[in-house]
Design a protein around this ligand. Structure first.
Ligand SMILES: [Zn+2]
Length: 163
Protein backbone atom coordinates (compact mmCIF):
# COMPACT_ATOMS: atom_id res chain seq x y z
CA UNK A 1 0.00 0.00 0.00
CA UNK A 2 1.03 3.60 -0.59
CA UNK A 3 0.60 6.80 1.39
CA UNK A 4 -2.81 8.41 1.10
CA UNK A 5 -3.35 12.14 0.65
CA UNK A 6 -6.51 13.88 1.89
CA UNK A 7 -6.97 17.56 1.18
CA UNK A 8 -9.34 18.83 3.88
CA UNK A 9 -9.23 22.46 2.73
CA UNK A 10 -7.47 24.76 0.34
CA UNK A 11 -8.47 23.63 -3.15
CA UNK A 12 -11.24 26.20 -3.66
CA UNK A 13 -9.75 29.15 -1.82
CA UNK A 14 -6.50 30.95 -1.24
CA UNK A 15 -4.96 29.92 2.06
CA UNK A 16 -6.68 28.01 4.82
CA UNK A 17 -4.74 24.93 3.75
CA UNK A 18 -5.00 21.64 5.62
CA UNK A 19 -3.66 18.49 3.98
CA UNK A 20 -3.24 15.09 5.59
CA UNK A 21 -0.76 12.42 4.50
CA UNK A 22 -1.44 8.96 5.96
CA UNK A 23 1.15 6.19 5.88
CA UNK A 24 -0.25 2.66 5.36
CA UNK A 25 1.04 1.82 8.88
CA UNK A 26 -1.12 4.63 10.34
CA UNK A 27 1.31 7.53 10.99
CA UNK A 28 0.05 10.89 9.79
CA UNK A 29 1.45 14.24 8.73
CA UNK A 30 -0.62 17.39 8.53
CA UNK A 31 0.71 19.93 6.06
CA UNK A 32 -0.45 23.29 7.41
CA UNK A 33 -3.46 24.07 9.56
CA UNK A 34 -4.37 27.41 8.09
CA UNK A 35 -7.02 29.94 8.92
CA UNK A 36 -9.33 31.00 6.10
CA UNK A 37 -8.43 34.42 4.73
CA UNK A 38 -12.00 35.56 4.25
CA UNK A 39 -14.46 35.06 7.08
CA UNK A 40 -17.78 36.76 7.70
CA UNK A 41 -17.50 39.55 10.27
CA UNK A 42 -17.39 38.14 13.80
CA UNK A 43 -17.16 34.50 12.70
CA UNK A 44 -14.33 32.35 14.06
CA UNK A 45 -12.69 29.77 11.82
CA UNK A 46 -12.68 26.17 13.03
CA UNK A 47 -10.84 23.00 12.05
CA UNK A 48 -12.66 21.07 9.33
CA UNK A 49 -14.82 18.28 10.77
CA UNK A 50 -13.23 15.87 8.31
CA UNK A 51 -9.97 15.96 10.31
CA UNK A 52 -9.65 13.16 12.87
CA UNK A 53 -8.18 14.77 15.99
CA UNK A 54 -8.35 11.56 18.04
CA UNK A 55 -5.15 10.19 16.51
CA UNK A 56 -1.86 12.09 16.81
CA UNK A 57 -0.21 13.68 13.81
CA UNK A 58 2.83 15.80 13.16
CA UNK A 59 2.03 19.24 11.77
CA UNK A 60 4.29 21.20 9.42
CA UNK A 61 3.69 24.83 8.59
CA UNK A 62 5.06 28.20 7.53
CA UNK A 63 4.62 31.55 9.20
CA UNK A 64 1.59 32.99 7.44
CA UNK A 65 -1.67 32.87 9.37
CA UNK A 66 -3.47 31.16 6.50
CA UNK A 67 -1.04 28.25 7.01
CA UNK A 68 -0.79 28.04 10.82
CA UNK A 69 -3.77 29.99 12.20
CA UNK A 70 -5.66 26.87 13.31
CA UNK A 71 -2.70 25.05 14.90
CA UNK A 72 -3.81 26.25 18.37
CA UNK A 73 -7.04 24.24 17.92
CA UNK A 74 -5.12 20.99 17.45
CA UNK A 75 -4.40 18.79 20.48
CA UNK A 76 -1.56 20.34 22.47
CA UNK A 77 0.47 17.12 22.50
CA UNK A 78 0.72 16.96 18.72
CA UNK A 79 4.26 17.76 17.53
CA UNK A 80 4.54 20.84 15.33
CA UNK A 81 7.54 21.46 13.10
CA UNK A 82 8.57 24.42 10.98
CA UNK A 83 11.65 26.35 9.95
CA UNK A 84 13.63 28.06 12.72
CA UNK A 85 12.77 31.58 11.59
CA UNK A 86 9.03 30.85 11.17
CA UNK A 87 8.98 29.52 14.75
CA UNK A 88 10.32 32.87 15.95
CA UNK A 89 7.84 34.76 13.76
CA UNK A 90 4.91 32.71 15.07
CA UNK A 91 6.03 33.29 18.68
CA UNK A 92 6.24 37.05 18.01
CA UNK A 93 2.97 37.22 16.08
CA UNK A 94 0.20 39.40 17.53
CA UNK A 95 -2.17 36.58 16.53
CA UNK A 96 -0.37 34.10 18.79
CA UNK A 97 0.64 36.25 21.76
CA UNK A 98 2.49 33.24 23.16
CA UNK A 99 -0.74 31.23 23.40
CA UNK A 100 0.19 28.37 21.09
CA UNK A 101 0.34 25.39 23.48
CA UNK A 102 2.55 23.32 21.22
CA UNK A 103 6.30 23.07 21.53
CA UNK A 104 7.67 23.83 18.08
CA UNK A 105 10.61 21.85 16.77
CA UNK A 106 12.51 23.41 13.94
CA UNK A 107 14.75 22.75 10.99
CA UNK A 108 17.42 25.02 9.56
CA UNK A 109 17.17 26.47 6.06
CA UNK A 110 19.49 23.94 4.42
CA UNK A 111 18.52 20.87 6.43
CA UNK A 112 18.96 17.50 4.85
CA UNK A 113 16.22 14.87 4.91
CA UNK A 114 14.57 14.62 8.35
CA UNK A 115 13.09 11.27 9.47
CA UNK A 116 9.61 11.60 11.02
CA UNK A 117 8.41 8.14 11.94
CA UNK A 118 8.00 6.20 8.65
CA UNK A 119 8.23 9.43 6.61
CA UNK A 120 11.21 11.43 5.43
CA UNK A 121 10.82 15.20 5.15
CA UNK A 122 13.03 17.36 2.95
CA UNK A 123 12.24 21.07 3.32
CA UNK A 124 13.14 23.10 0.21
CA UNK A 125 13.69 26.78 0.91
CA UNK A 126 11.71 28.78 -1.60
CA UNK A 127 10.85 32.35 -2.41
CA UNK A 128 7.71 33.74 -0.81
CA UNK A 129 6.61 36.90 0.95
CA UNK A 130 6.90 34.98 4.26
CA UNK A 131 10.52 34.84 5.41
CA UNK A 132 12.06 31.36 5.46
CA UNK A 133 9.20 29.60 3.60
CA UNK A 134 9.48 26.05 2.28
CA UNK A 135 8.18 23.50 -0.11
CA UNK A 136 7.89 20.17 1.69
CA UNK A 137 8.98 16.95 0.03
CA UNK A 138 7.52 13.94 1.82
CA UNK A 139 8.71 10.39 1.11
CA UNK A 140 7.01 7.35 2.58
CA UNK A 141 5.94 3.84 1.58
CA UNK A 142 7.37 4.22 -1.90
CA UNK A 143 5.57 7.47 -2.67
CA UNK A 144 6.98 11.00 -2.98
CA UNK A 145 4.72 14.01 -2.46
CA UNK A 146 5.83 17.59 -3.03
CA UNK A 147 3.70 20.17 -1.22
CA UNK A 148 4.60 23.48 -2.79
CA UNK A 149 3.04 25.65 -0.06
CA UNK A 150 3.00 29.23 -1.28
CA UNK A 151 5.63 28.70 -3.97
CA UNK A 152 6.02 31.50 -6.47
CA UNK A 153 8.20 31.86 -9.52
CA UNK A 154 9.09 35.48 -8.99
CA UNK A 155 10.85 37.44 -6.27
CA UNK A 156 14.40 37.86 -5.08
CA UNK A 157 15.17 34.15 -4.88
CA UNK A 158 14.86 31.55 -7.61
CA UNK A 159 13.35 28.40 -6.12
CA UNK A 160 15.47 25.64 -7.64
CA UNK A 161 18.89 27.05 -6.80
CA UNK A 162 18.38 27.20 -3.06
CA UNK A 163 18.68 23.53 -1.94
ZN1 LIG B 1 2.12 32.34 2.70
Amino acid sequence: MRCRKDIHRGTRQIGGNLIEITHPEGARLILDAGQALELPEGKEDRLPETLDTSRPATVLSHAHLDHWGLVAQLPADWPVMCGAAPARLIAASPFDKGKLPHRLTTWESRSGPIPIGPFTLKPWLTDHSAFDAYMLQIDGAGRRILYIGDFRRHGARRPWSMG
